[in-house]
Design a protein around this ligand. Sequence first.
Ligand code: CTP
Length: 405
Amino acid sequence: TIGNVAEQMNYNAFAVGGFVRDLLLKKQNLDLDIVIEGDGIRFAKTLANHLQGRHRTHKRFKTATVILPDGFKIDIATARLEYYEYPAAMPTVELSSIKLDLYRRDFTINAMAIQLNPIHFGMLIDFFNCQNDLKQRTIKVLHNLSFVEDPSRIFRAIRFEKRMDFLLSPHTKRLIVNAVNMELFGKHHDPRYFNEVKIILSEENPLPAIERLAQFNLFPYLWPDLRPHLKIDRRFRHILTQAHNAISWYHLLYLEEKCRNWIVYLLAIFGRSGQRELKACCTRFKESPKTTEFLLQEKAMADRAINQLARSSTYKNSQIASLLEDLHIEGLLYIMALARKNHVKKAVSLYVTTLRNMEPELTGKDLVNLGYKPGPRFKTILATMRDFRMDGLAESRDDELVLLR
Ligand code: CTP
């Protein structure tokens, strides 16, 4: 459809970027990026009409998103036609706009396109021998100023390298080292950079990429006050590995509460530091007040719970639950990553898998039927019944009724 609509409008349409890369690697990619040689916004409106979808436009950037009825999103960008004026009497040269669009991209592996217009449908467009880099499993910039133009690409390079098990080309590696030495980031803490770090921390296994961030000496830029972690030492590596194990364990439980992995890793990175350092990082990268607050609270509650739980291995289940009940899954997994004592990890895993979901069988309605007057006392009674259940003192409704009397 995309190609047909473009053809009718006399435009060229191309699938580009990560979609093409993953298609050639035979990997699934559900983000479809389209570049239009023509008016991308007009195209998006027409396409949305054709597909009974909605569209959002960003006029300033000449981009749009079409959202199909099933939620599938298509991002549409406009490739501008650029004219190069040669001095004197030379003619003005029109540079194919898709070529320029691809040349401006981050890495060769992301700089291929596929024609979507019907006559050439499926034709791979590869101006810069990108396919070869994909075969060689190499991450390579398209030009020397790539990181100067957009330093966030340094994080992207590391992410792609580790995600796909590729290697940075020696030249690209040198450009990164130079960019870091030149303090390209300077004092500029763009939230976009941190966003790329969050994407790294959301990868299936971010540990190799975190090691790479350290190798490229990016820790002092990201978290300068994190003294013990400016270099990765044994304990730091252990905490991160434990975070990875805890997250993998949680995902295997297939529970409903979604876990934001990057939060667990970030908390783990700040595991041996205080609130102050974590807060400074959020402030520096202009993290939203909501997320900052969430991070700080989880850290504070989790650090407190670790200390308490570490003191004794004979807590009753109800006591474990009351120490952990205000934490979200990210904070709970952070405890599992950081705790040195086995009984602390066990307590958290018991809480996540079992205690958290325990409820008494008796309800408020039962209490009314038994002649209790509704009121705040109900909550206390039901909480006590829940504690009995957790501690194995009540296993059935009858047990609860006996204990109530
Ligand atoms: N891009 C770029 N420079 C950036 C960000 C993006 O050149 N700083 C280009 C790349 O060509 C990339 C495309 O925009 O392929 C889409 O970006 P994005 O969706 O962030 O990345 P993907 O390559 O699709 O990677 P992912 O699989 O992680 O979504």
